[in-house]
Design a protein around this ligand. Structure first.
Ligand SMILES: Cc1cc2nc3c(=O)[nH]c(=O)nc-3n(C[C@H](O)[C@H](O)[C@H](O)COP(=O)(O)OP(=O)(O)OC[C@H]3O[C@@H](n4cnc5c(N)ncnc54)[C@H](O)[C@@H]3O)c2cc1C
Length: 422
């Protein structure tokens, strides 16, 4: 049986961030990933000459140190996209997200409470919240603003914003994931693809081992430090012995169907990313990769990716459509009401991708069940969580979890390296 200073579960941005930090700090680290590729939700798929991310992925870089980290990892292969996210208002594309628009003249503030409605009304006024912010936010999350936690919109407003534009890997967000994987190997870390963690073994409330299935039979790695780079609920579902039932409660998830359409034109719009609040339009966000980087589309043609947020059930008006019907509905919307195409027949389908479990529905009523698995895992010694609702946030969470794992391994005398984590 192999032993390791630390095992990282999952090679999405969180797991890669943790694996890279641990490997660079001199730890003997194994990163295990169920898929045959790294990146999790952050992959760039190559189709018919186009590079399409699995949904528009803006890296929300908050400081110069992180920008320099990106630059060095990608060997300078970054480009500045100087257009912030746009939105559609009164049939026109305007600069800024719905959350960036402001009432004119300003409105007297409403009363704050712990809901998204209260949070927004206190900042921007109740009328503006209801007429301009509510339709888009409810279209995305599928619950009334009165049931969404205030923290959800605070994070969208403040943490997940790129008001002036953003740095982006020239070949798509997957390029960053591949660069992190290469850097882990270069620093001496081990990355096992096509390897599923089937059990997180705990002894007396401490991490002890991880069981793996890599296709070639079962294997276990003994370790006293485990970084969880996958949703906490997935990690609790493989814990042995299992946690109490409240850490395993079912949670309603929001789904997204991604529709990619090709148009024989240089560009459809000048915008990288546009939010659409109209309930009659099946998608809530549309991204045009050629406006993120010229390397993502062959000359003379463009692709538009549309993110349709919905519930993964047959009676959902979006998810319930078969792929052909969904493609037709998106193409029709591009022509009318959006007016970006003269004729829906000018758009041809490239691909439809369905993600049935994109994120937990942010409903106050189910937040205790959403949080319970993380709470329980945090109580297990040597288990470190790397939660991240956005790419850079997930990488940073992975690095923080790596720092905890490193100090745990040093305290236990398992590792002698004294290198710093970053
Ligand atoms: C449509 C869409 C648009 C988005 N847009 C943006 C954006 O503009 N900006 C932004 O910052 N973020 C965006 N995000 C969010 C971003 O993708 C996530 O925050 C990020 O991917 C989370 O990273 P993670 O590593 O925590 O999880 P994931 O990316 O989900 O990675 C988890 C990994 O764990 C692996 N795994 C699961 N189970 C096991 C197991 N048992 N054993 C081994 N491996 C396992 C999975 O295969 C996966 O590779 C978007 C997400 C979606 C869906």
């Amino acid at each position: 049986m192999r032993g390791a200073d630390a095992v990282v579960l999952g090679a999405g941005p969180a797991g890669l961030g943790a694996g890279l930090a641990l490997a660079r700090a001199g730890a003997d680290v194994v990163v295990v990933e169920a898929e045959e590729r790294v990146g999790g939700l952050c992959v760039t798929r190559r189709r018919d000459g186009f590079g399409c991310d699995l949904g528009g992925h803006i890296p929300f870089v908050r400081d110069e140190a992180r920008r320099a980290w990106l630059e060095s990892l990608l060997d300078g292969d970054l480009r500045w996209v100087d257009r912030p996210v746009s939105s559609v208002r009164d049939g026109r594309i305007v600069r800024g997200r719905y959350l960036d628009q402001r009432p004119s003249p300003p409105e007297p503030p409403g009363e704050a409470d712990d809901t998204a409605r209260g949070f927004l009304a206190a900042r921007f006024g109740p009328d503006f919240t209801d007429t301009h912010l509510r339709p888009y936010l409810e279209k995305i999350d599928g619950v009334p603003l009165e049931r969404v936690p205030a923290e959800r919109v605070r994070r969208l407003l403040e943490d997940q914003a790129a008001p002036d534009g953003f740095w982006f890997p020239r070949s798509g967000i997957g390029q960053l994931m591949d660069a992190m994987a290469a850097a882990i190997a270069e620093a001496g870390g081990e990355l096992r693809l096509g390897t599923r963690a089937t059990a997180l073994q705990l002894r007396g409330g401490r991490a002890a081992a991880v069981d793996l299935d890599g296709g070639g039979g079962a294997e276990a790695i003994t370790t006293r430090q485990v970084v969880v780079g996958l949703p906490a609920a997935l990690a609790t579902s493989i814990a042995v012995p299992p946690p109490p039932p409240d850490a395993l409660a079912a949670v309603r998830m929001r789904a997204v169907a991604l529709v990619y359409l090709v148009v024989e034109r240089q560009r459809l719009t000048p915008e990288p990313w546009i939010q659409v609040d109209d309930a009659a339009v099946p998608f809530s966000r549309a991204f045009e990769p050629v406006n993120w980087s010229g390397d993502l589309a062959p000359g003379g043609r463009t692709v538009i990716g549309m993110e349709c947020y919905c519930n993964a059930s047959g009676d959902d008006p979006v998810w319930g459509l078969d792929d052909d019907a969904l493609v037709a509905a998106c193409a029709r919307a591009l022509a009318d009401p959006l007016g970006w195409l003269d004729d829906p027949a000018l758009a041809r389908p490239l691909e439809v991708v369905r993600l049935p479990r994109a994120y937990p529905v942010p409903d106050l009523a189910q937040m205790p069940a959403v949080i319970a698995p993380s709470r329980w895992l945090q109580e297990q010694e040597g288990v470190h969580l790397a939660p991240g609702a956005a790419v850079i946030e997930a990488i940073a969470a992975g690095e923080r979890a790596a720092a905890e794992a490193l100090s745990g391994a040093r305290a236990a005398g398992d590792i002698s390296s004294d290198a710093d984590i970053l």
